[in-house]
Design a protein around this ligand. Sequence first.
Ligand code: CA
Length: 387
Amino acid sequence: MTAALAFGVATSPPAVGPRVVARTTAGVVDVGALAERGQVSGGWWRSGMLDEFLAAGRSAWQQVIGELAAAELAADDAALLDVADSHLLLPFAVGDYVDFYCSEQHATNLGRILRPGQDPLSPNWRHMPIGYHGRSGTIVVSGTSVRRPRGQRRPDPTAPPVFGPTERLDLEVEVGYVVGVPSRQGVSVPTSDFGEHVFGVCLVNDWSARDIQLWEGQPLGPFLGKSFATSVSPWLVPLDILAEARIAVPSHHAPVLPYLVETSLTGLDLSLELSINGTVVSRPPYSSMFWSPAQMLAHMTVNGASVRTGDLFASGTVSGEAPDTWGSLAELSQMGATPISLADGATRTFLEDGDEVVISATAPGPDGAVLSLGEVRGTVIPAIPNS
Ligand code: CA
């Protein structure tokens, strides 16, 4: 397995402050140091964030990717970072955050649990990528601990609501897309322009407090049950690195309105893996997602809403057909009815304090290679005590 070429931001002593870095076959390299030597183009590296490079556009992205691939670095090159001493940070200023609901199996699974006896999919589901606006200010980088949220819930539907730490803390395995080039307000982004606006991919864990979510979410949907934290992987993998992973999503062959028709394929054949405390509990196939990222972007802007550099939109929970491919504990434990087993003999319905959740992914690469997209990791810490 090879690490996919990716961009991030790290601190690495003795250098002071954050640096834009790239993960290459030679190791993790200080991109600004290569630019000072003339091996990489652009004046986008001095801020120590990826934002300027994201805004530079696809021709710049492709040029730098090519330059990094061509740069031959000796093992002792001064531009290579000591990974053990480096600390990866959130690599861009997150703008707006939108979370979609693009997995037909996930939507079906949750529909069956929450609305038994009814059609599990809402009537609009196959006509548009359903989504909601999330909270960008609480997006955290992999490795950041996540505090168990508190809130209102109503465990006994015949009694008044209660307040306290969530008893149904969940995770959601998702794939995120980071916007590089902005669009103009009032102008929709067609599916054909997806590659000109979206820079790349990260992995997302959409932490979810199911009891808070269920009580508050009628009728307006996700709010405090989601907004306490969302974790993202530190490496952004450019879409141009994932050419071999492109596939047609199921909606490619479905009757959709013209603005959702794809002119080129933007679905991705990513293999995801979910671990809790070191036990692999699920392997969700991203190839099964009904809606593609180009369709998400087209839908998100079809009313004239614009996107900005650093905007993040996520796929929604990725779930395949088989139970061992479901991407949330709500599904894996059937909302707490059937606990899952971990390798140490413990069982889980929802997350306990101290649990560590890791989501990783691979993609097919050139010549049969398997590319690693890295991981997003987070540990649950106890709620603030009631006072
Ligand atoms: Ca979600």
